[in-house]
Design a protein. Structure first.
Length: 388
């Protein structure tokens, strides 16, 4: 989009520019505007036009929305809305400043991330996976969600230091209407568990294996099963579970950390960690993880400078410079220190009538809240010495 072109509007959202593209969809920066100068930034995922004609792809896209909407956790990219616009399916997601592990590793070249940074990223990703695996429906029944495509391309690390799982496009829940065709393999072969490569049914332990591959590559800066999609010999090694310890490629990796990674990469599911939480506990026992602040600083240093298009960059700067104003339905929650704590649903209303607030009283309350928020924000910014 050039500066002379009017931004395209989809539903309630103004598209600012493309920030990513894949086989199924294109992702744009989107802005939602409201009264009084309110503005909020989202990531808008649009299913490719040619794919909208395929019922199978449309069903897959809807699966992604239904699955991700069930998982509300700091380490999972949040989904806010899905709708149909002129025959095109649109998914509205949380926008995160940062990069995927894949792009961060490409940008850092031969420089491997410090082990403490790797540990911080891995623990965050495992917390997000555990939240997805433990997701339940409205009747508190397990959904049986398996991501099925955990890879460096599907783990986003923000400049806030949080690793987030994204793209549940090939995730599958037992109760979901859309079912994959028998024996069909979806995902990246280099990160698939042996049972998934064989086309067998999978559970959460397949995701644990995939996360083990990601961790192996973060620690070593090398590919574990490079070109498995094209090289039969490499694919055979993956099927056989032929894995060497990460310390063979990175001397600073301890034998204790080797053991944790190799357990996650066990050929048989029963020999792996039973849950992502168990995997994380084992990691925490063998090494220290960097804080979110240090992870965020590392991401900021290694994020590709050209990863954001000029028009997107301008839009983001406008967002950063926007004045603080009150907006509807925006809530900030403090992240619990326990990464694996399950988020409880809000209590159901008791049914007792609630006295309506009279219009004049409501206006005074809103005005007071806006003034209070502005004062608090000004004090906070003065204390920090900068405006974000």
């Amino acid at each position: 989009m050039t500066s002379r072109e009017a931004p395209r509007v989809i539903g309630r959202y103004e598209l600012q520019g493309e920030i990513g593209s894949g086989g199924m969809a294109t992702v744009h920066l989107g802005r939602l505007h409201g009264p009084g100068g309110f503005s909020h930034t989202f990531a808008i995922k649009r299913l490719r036009e040619q794919l909208s004609l395929s019922p199978e792809f449309v069903a897959m896209f809807l699966d992604e929305a239904r699955t991700a909407a069930r998982v509300q956790h700091a380490n999972v990219v949040r989904v806010y809305e899905v709708f149909l616009h002129e025959g095109e399916l649109v998914l509205v997601m949380e926008y995160v400043r940062g990069q995927t592990i894949a792009r961060l590793l490409d940008a850092s070249g031969s420089e491997r991330p410090p082990i403490a940074i790797v540990m911080g990223i891995a623990l965050g990703a495992l917390a997000g996976l555990h939240a997805a695996h433990e997701a339940r429906d409205d009747d508190d029944r397990p959904l049986g969600i398996v991501h099925r495509d955990v890879s460096p391309q599907n783990i986003l690390v923000g400049t806030d230091g949080l690793a987030r799982i994204l793209d549940f496009g090939v995730a599958k829940a037992v109760s979901r209407l859309h079912q994959s065709r028998p024996g069909q393999i979806k995902g990246k072969l280099s990160y698939m568990a042996p049972e998934q490569l064989r086309g067998e049914s999978v559970d959460r332990r397949a995701d644990i294996y995939s996360m083990g591959v990601v961790l192996w590559e973060l620690l070593t800066g090398k590919r574990l099963f490079a070109n498995a999609e094209k090289d039969d010999a490499t694919l055979a090694r993956a099927l056989q579970g032929a894995v060497v310890a990460p310390s063979t490629a990175a001397a600073e990796v301890t034998h204790a950390l080797d053991d944790v990674v190799l357990k996650a990469l066990a050929k048989e599911p029963d020999d792996r960690f039973a849950t992502a939480r168990d995997f994380a506990i084992a990691l925490e026992a063998v090494g220290a993880a960097a804080s979110a602040r240090l992870v965020g600083e590392w991401v900021s240093r290694h994020a590709p400078a050209s990863s954001v298009a000029p028009d997107v960059g301008r839009a983001l700067e406008e967002t950063r410079a926007a004045p603080l104003v009150a907006g509807p339905n925006i809530r900030v929650e403090q992240t619990t220190p326990d990464r694996f704590r399950r988020t409880e649903p809000p209590p159901k209303p008791s049914g007792a009538p609630v006295s309506p607030v009279r219009a004049p009283q409501a206006r005074w309350i809103i005005a007071a809240l806006v003034v209070a928020a502005a004062i608090l924000a000004l004090l906070a910014l003065r204390g920090r010495g900068f405006v974000p």
